[in-house]
Design a protein around this ligand. Structure first.
Ligand SMILES: Nc1ncnc2c1ncn2[C@@H]1O[C@H](COP(=O)(O)OP(=O)(O)OP(=O)(O)O)[C@@H](O)[C@H]1O
Ligand SMILES: [Mg+2]
Length: 499
């Protein structure tokens, strides 16, 4: 099936998110869409899937204009979509999620699940997926949840499948598996629209690449183009994909963790008796497949975990047991894994988000009042320094694109006096230009003599930034290796295999 978009335009108030976009995907073709954060990719796909209405433009399926005003119209035309943020109901089972919106009942009003179950199982078998139809979604790893989303689209015979940043939350292994699934879909004749910020994947998968910048199609590229060429097409300037890292003196211990154990409420150890240190001017990366205790370790460092044993020393000061506020005041900056959930208060203005942890201090605080003028002038400075692209500092943080949200978190956290930076997945979902910026800032902290603990599931990022790499597996540090380690060896360690 072929899908063609002609002159799609979408405005949000003053902002033109899609500006007369033309695009075509042929039968059994994989089209990749590249574009900066905020370029308009998701908006365009939401229009195709019937979640948004365009202000003008047409959608053609196999050469015929179709009217798509809601997702059911898209499905009926053979268009399926896996969203950037999954749309599954966490407390429902796999099967319940799959039939949601397509429920068939017997004449007595009882849900008819048998047929759906059979179709699901045969589809899953076709792809070699192991899926338990009765598993509860929230108990499943992210990679499996995504397979459920894909199966859901295929259950209703999608001939064009839209995947909006499907790999952003996957582990390297899950990503490789997904790439195989997508290739398999192509051989079976499904057309794919694939959106990703990861140029390596785009090159591995795409038959053709369309580049969008500020709502307009600016180029069509061949997958044989180099990563550098693709990056500069996207951002409109040359991008340094591998950050410049100079070797330099490593100083004294800043963070010393000894015998640290973090347990869940039932007493099961999620981080089990680990010890390591990070020195001034050093980046220690914590690598590993997600779910091996990295998140709990990071949160324990900020005193965000309840059941902690052992010692965490910042210089000579014991940190375990401090309030979160005193932990931050002790000199730890924190970039949380989820900027949406833990990094920002979405409904607060950009300016207010920039002083969340310093609002008690002068010049922001005046007695019991906040000085608006101090907050505003501070925000103006940070917005400039960190190149935060926003219409106004009084807009809510929720209006920012992913990359710009991350810049707000960085600007706030790096503007306090700090000894240790704990950065968790700092470039997740960001475009190449924003990644370059975040990497430069993290390296600048290292070069200024701060200790940096970087949590990342992104091997390229770990290898580019780290001075040493600690690999976590099953709640333990399996090995700490130096940054010259090969990708292969790292991959093995992440799978729990150490020689
Ligand atoms: N509902 C909305 N109301 C107002 N503005 C919006 C809305 N949805 C998107 N935008 C704006 O439209 C622009 C395009 O956003 P979109 O989500 O399509 O970008 P994207 O290319 O998918 O970016 P990313 O790579 O960060 O996912 C952005 O400036 C965004 O802030
Ligand atoms: Mg998007």
């Amino acid at each position: 099936m072929s899908l063609e978009l002609i002159g799609i335009t979408k405005r949000f108030g003053e902002l033109v998110a899609n500006d007369a976009i033309d695009l075509k995907v042929g039968d059994g073709e994989i089209l990749a869409i590249l574009g900066e954060n905020g370029a308009g990719k998701s908006t365009l796909m939401n229009i195709v899937y019937g979640l948004l209405r365009p202000d003008s433009g047409e959608i053609k399926v196999d050469g015929k204009v179709v009217a798509i005003t809601e997702p059911n119209d898209a499905l009926a035309s053979g268009i399926g979509m896996v969203h950037q943020h999954f749309m599954l109901i966490p407390v429902f089972t796999v099967l319940e999620n799959i039939i949601l919106g397509h429920e068939e009942t017997s004449q007595f009003g009882k849900l008819n699940l048998t047929q759906a179950r059979e179709k699901l199982l045969s589809l899953a078998a076709n792809f070699g997926f192991e899926i338990d139809p009765d598993a509860i979604i929230e108990d499943l790893p992210v990679g499996v949840q995504q397979r459920v989303e894909i199966l859901k689209a295929l259950m209703y015979d999608a001939k064009v499948l839209i995947l909006d940043e499907p790999t952003a939350v996957l582990t390297p292994q899950e990503t490789d598996e997904l790439i195989e699934v997508i290739k398999r879909l192509r051989t079976q004749g499904t057309s794919i629209i694939f959106i990703s910020h990861k140029l390596r994947e785009v090159k591995a998968l795409a038959d053709r690449i369309t580049v969008i910048r500020r709502g307009k199609v600016v180029a069509t590229a061949d997958p044989s183009a180099s990563q550098e060429e693709l990056a500069s097409l996207m951002v409109g300037r040359p991008v340094n994909l591998v950050p410049d890292k100079t070797s330099h003196e490593i100083g004294e211990k800043v963070l010393e963790v000894s015998g640290l154990t973090v347990s869940d409420p039932t007493g099961r150890a999620l981080v089990s008796n680990i010890s390591f240190d990070v020195r001034a001017g050093e980046i220690l990366a914590v690598a590993g497949v997600q779910g091996n205790g990295q998140s709990e370790l990071a949160q324990a460092l900020l005193n965000l975990e309840d059941h902690v044993n052992g010692s965490i020393k910042l210089g000579t000061q014991e940190v375990v047991g401090l309030s979160v506020r005193h932990t931050l005041d002790a000199g730890i900056a924190y970039i949380p894994e989820s900027r949406e959930l833990d990094g920002l208060i979405s409904s607060f203005s950009i300016a207010d988000n920039l002083i969340l942890d310093t609002h008690r201090e002068k010049p922001y605080s005046r007695g019991i009042l906040i000085s608006d003028s101090a907050v505003e002038s501070d925000a103006e400075v940070k917005v400039k320094e960190f190149d935060i692209r926003a219409l106004s500092i009084s807009d809510p943080a929720s209006s920012l694109s992913g990359g710009n949200k991350q810049k707000v978190v960085l600007a706030r956290e790096l503007s306090r006096p700090l000894k240790l930076l704990v950065a968790c997945q700092p470039t997740r979902g960001l475009d190449v230009g924003s990644i370059e910026f975040v990497h430069e800032r993290i390296l600048a902290e290292r070069d200024a003599g701060r200790a940096v603990l970087l949590f990342s599931t992104e091997l390229d990022e770990v290898l580019a930034l780290a001075d040493r790499i600690a690999v976590m597996y099953a709640g333990k540090i399996l090995e700490i290796v130096d940054a010259q380690v090969t990708r292969e060896k790292l991959g093995l360690l992440m799978a729990g295999i150490s020689q």
